[in-house]
Design a protein around this ligand. Structure first.
Ligand code: FES
Length: 98
């Protein structure tokens, strides 16, 4: 996956920004990634991927654990997010960015 691929499409936060935030700010919970340019605080689509990146970084620091963030291509990711937002709208969950 391209380091410049946006993980949070709402706030245009790239994988590189998130990984640098994890490395430099050393958050202890995935929810703290919201402090990285607001990642995950819009529609919510990217939260599971933020958790995946967080857990992957934790695993990299612990040789006992093996894990890697499995993030689809940019095109597939954008399509999946569009579908997520459409479903959310249809449920009436009130996507403020819709
Ligand atoms: S894509 Fe990250 S909050 Fe919407």
């Amino acid at each position: 996956m391209d380091a410049d691929q946006e993980i949070c499409l709402c706030f245009h936060v790239t994988r590189r920004k998130i990984e640098n935030f994890i490395r430099l700010d050393q958050p202890v919970r995935a929810g703290q990634l919201a402090d990285c340019f607001g990642a995950g605080t819009g529609c919510g689509w990217c939260r599971k991927y933020l958790v995946s990146l967080f857990e992957s970084a934790q695993s990299a620091a612990d040789p006992e654990k093996q894990s890697s963030a499995d993030i689809p291509s940019a095109e597939a990711y954008a399509v999946m997010r569009r579908e997520y937002r459409a479903e959310k709208r249809n449920r009436g969950d009130g996507d403020p960015k819709a």
